[in-house]
Design a protein around this ligand. Structure first.
Ligand SMILES: [Zn+2]
Length: 130
């Protein structure tokens, strides 16, 4: 079961606990811009999180349409975008950062990895990039 929040509904529920403001209802982005064709991916089930593997290093982390014409050249790995937006998406991303879990693979392009990680997990980050 994948839980997604409607992109059009932007609700922030802020609670105060002590001196700390806690956002109890984070906004999850569900509309992304394809890194290949630069058109919108309006349905997460129509997108992929992809990367390229060169020997033991992973590069060019990208969000693209499920359409093969949009796949990054020499795609070496992918996960469905809707899975990445589900409950285990942040775990999948963080596991890729853990060298003990990824061995023998390592992230060779931390800049694109962190950008995709922000796009998938930071509230309204993708919207701010448009
Ligand atoms: Zn595309």
């Amino acid at each position: 079961m994948i839980e997604l929040i409607d992109h059009k509904t932007i609700n922030f529920s802020i609670e105060t606990r002590g001196n700390i403001l806690i956002n109890t209802e984070p906004q999850v982005t569900t509309i992304f811009t394809c890194d290949t064709c630069h058109k919108q991916i309006t349905d997460p089930s129509k997108g992929y999180f992809q990367w390229i593997r060169k020997e033991h290093e992973l590069f060019q982390f990208s969000i693209v349409h499920i359409n093969p014409a949009c796949h990054i050249a020499r795609n070496s790995g992918e996960k469905p975008l809707d899975i990445m937006l589900g409950r285990t998406g942040i775990q999948d991303l963080d596991n890729m950062l853990d060298p003990t879990l990824m061995e023998p693979f390592t992230i060779g392009d931390m800049q694109s990895f962190m950008e995709v990680r922000r796009r998938l997990t930071w509230p309204l980050y993708e919207e701010a990039r448009l």
